[in-house]
Design a binder for this molecule. Structure first.
Ligand SMILES: [Zn+2]
Ligand SMILES: [Zn+2]
Length: 70
């Protein structure tokens, strides 16, 4: 088991795979509900992380934060 940290919400979780872009189950559900795929070769224009929402220039993390009020 690998101890990973979700690159979306920052929460720690365990996975049997050493994921390059770890994402916890909760965020995965959120991502799936968006009905989008991730372009792993693109970089987020906001945070520079790899993996952006298909057709967008932002990763899930940044994209979701845009919709939130601080
Ligand atoms: Zn997460
Ligand atoms: Zn980002």
């Amino acid at each position: 088991m690998y101890s990973l940290r979700c690159n979306q919400c920052g929460e720690g979780f365990l996975s049997s795979y050493n994921l390059e872009a770890p994402i916890c189950g909760r965020c995965l559900q959120k991502a799936k509900s968006l009905d989008s795929t991730v372009e792993h070769e693109k970089h987020c224009v906001s945070c520079g992380n790899t993996g952006v929402i298909y057709g967008k220039d932002y990763c899930y993390s940044c994209y979701f934060n845009f919709g939130k009020k601080k």
